[in-house]
Design a protein. Structure first.
Length: 95
């Protein structure tokens, strides 16, 4: 059983990785009221996200249930949003 904040952070780090990129993406998605597509995230990140890695990272985050996505009607884009699991994880890593 996880009783302390450090135990919880350690558990999430093992399960989800300690990636600053994931944390940054979660913060970005949590701070907006609309869904975002990958290249949009790259554009607004001021160089913190790389075009070549964004989709791999997003797929991994979706597998971890930190974010969810849907196909945008009429385009090839996928739109991403943070999940409740993602918000809970973000809350633990920001403490």
């Amino acid at each position: 059983m996880l009783n302390t904040l450090s135990q919880i952070k350690g558990y999430f780090s093992k399960v989800f990785g300690s990636g600053a990129t994931e944390k940054f993406i979660l913060q970005m998605l949590d701070s907006t009221e609309h869904e975002m597509y990958g290249l949009e995230m790259v554009e607004v990140s001021n160089g913190k996200l790389q075009r070549g890695l964004i989709y791999t990272t997003l797929m991994q985050m979706e597998e971890k249930l930190l974010i969810s996505s849907r196909k945008q009607v009429g385009t090839a884009r996928r739109l991403y949003k943070i999940t409740e699991n993602g918000r809970a994880y973000l809350k633990t890593v920001l403490k």
